[in-house]
Design a protein around this ligand. Structure first.
Ligand code: IMP
Length: 423
């Protein structure tokens, strides 16, 4: 494997965790470069389920170095808990296989409280955030008032910075009519987390460049998906980071010319959590998938909204990320359907659109133009290779990859490592 950026080509929850885990076998390092513990990557290893939020899924494979890059926002208490949880499951986590960038920004309880208050104030127009404080944390970073992990491990610097931030944010919380935070309590909790995390903190940019120099292969694991990107997604119904391929460069300090390929992960249908336009949303598919116990969020447990595969969306994802390879996941979710629809274009008024409009309000008015496919109506979960798949399933996969503009390289028919077909 060469240096690969893995991105979600839809609205997140594309099954990236499993594909990352699969590809990690061929990588030396796994790097997370954006987002925070709003993400939830589910990985099944030997029948055991792991849900990772901040720590790269590479941690589940021995001998792989995992890096949380500068572009990530970190709740230090959550990451310390995640480390403890993995240790309790006998997964090795030490500075030998996990490194955290000293430049990564911190998430504080006031970020979560403000996230919640803003959502409440928006009422029906809410974004449907994970309430992990992600937007306010990135807001502070952009406003140049954020506090970084490097500050956290300097006790005096941290205490002084936190004091100022709590004072300012308590005034904001007061304006919302919410409870203020106690400086001493937050300080004590963060100091305890700092003691745990300090050994993991490093200049990860320098480390990654040294790894590149010695020929190591890096997998950049994207969190969330293209349409949740702060610039290219369905704004304002997005997350607050660059979830698209460029985010892997800025969020890690590895330059674009060191990246060799971009793998877009997409489900064989479409899902979305939270509010915002979703042209191919379909109640019957949602009911069918939820009835199978599928499509409940790994972070919040919310039932995901579901719909037909939207090739207008994935075509745009192909452009903005430069996707050259495609992994299609959850093919088995469609196993029982006699007829399957694929959205090939949108109708907006009298116009036919091949890519989504930038304005979310216009996207909400788009009517999908579908092409019909015959379902394979055969279980695929036991298929191990391309030729095991029913002919109709192969035709469907080829068609959605063709419409999305990339080369189909992986098809996934279940959550386990061995339910992964190399095409
Ligand atoms: P936030 O990232 O918590 O601010 O949430 C903003 C939007 O992104 C909401 O619609 C969330 O549901 C969505 N979101 C954030 N993280 C994920 C994820 O990992 N998977 C799917 N949706 C996500």
């Amino acid at each position: 494997m060469s240096n690969t950026i893995l991105v979600g080509a839809q609205w997140g929850d594309e099954g990236k965790g499993k594909i990352i885990d699969f590809l990690t076998e061929r990588a030396d390092l796994v790097v997370r470069s954006q987002g925070g513990n709003n993400a939830g990557h589910t990985v099944l290893v030997g029948g055991k389920k792991y849900v990772l939020h901040l720590i790269p899924s590479g941690i589940l494979r021995a001998g792989k170095m995992c890096v949380i890059g500068n572009g990530v926002v970190i709740d230090p208490i959550a990451v310390a808990k995640e480390i403890d949880g993995l240790l309790a499951e006998k997964v090795k986590v030490s500075p030998k296989n996990l490194m955290i960038s000293d430049c990564a920004h911190l998430v504080f309880p006031y970020h979560r409280a403000i996230d919640e208050q803003r959502e409440l104030a928006k009422g029906k127009g809410k974004i449907g955030t994970t309430k992990r404080g992600i937007g306010p944390a990135y807001g502070d970073k952009a406003a140049r008032v954020g506090v970084r992990i490097g500050d956290l491990i300097e006790p005096e610097v941290f205490a002084a910075k936190l004091k100022v931030r709590i004072k300012e944010n308590n005034a904001v919380l007061k304006a919302f009519g919410a409870k203020p935070l106690n400086y001493a309590k937050v300080l004590a909790e963060y100091q305890a987390a700092a003691r745990k995390l300090a050994p993991f903190v490093a200049n990860t940019v320098v480390y990654l460049h040294e790894a590149l120099k010695s020929g190591k292969k890096i997998l950049f694991e994207g969190a969330q998906g293209t349409f949740l990107d702060i610039d290219h997604g369905t704004y304002p119904y997005v997350t607050s980071s660059n979830t698209t391929a460029g985010g892997a460069c800025t969020g890690s300090g590895v330059p674009p010319h060191r990246m060799d390929s971009v793998l877009g992960v997409m489900k064989a249908y479409t899902t979305r959590v939270g509010e915002g336009p979703f042209p191919t949303e379909n109640e019957q598919i949602s009911d069918m998938l939820h009835g199978l116990g599928r499509e409940f969020g790994a972070t919040t447990g919310r039932a995901r909204r579901c719909g037909w595969f939207d090739a207008v969306a994935t075509r745009f994802a192909g452009m903005v990320n430069g996707i050259d390879e495609i992994a299609v996941t959850n093919l088995d979710g469609l196993d029982t359907l006699p007829k399957i629809k694929v959205c090939v274009a949108y109708k907006l008024g009298k116009k036919r659109l091949e890519v989504p409009p930038s304005d979310s309000a216009l996207l909400a008015q788009c009517v999908p133009i579908y092409e019909d496919h015959d379902g394979w109506v055969t279980p695929t979960e036991k298929c191990k290779k391309w030729s095991d798949l029913p002919a109709k399933a192969r035709a469907y996969l080829k068609r959605i990859a063709e419409l999305s503009g990339g080369k189909l390289t992986i098809a996934s028919v279940g959550p386990n490592r061995d339910q992964t077909i190399l095409v």
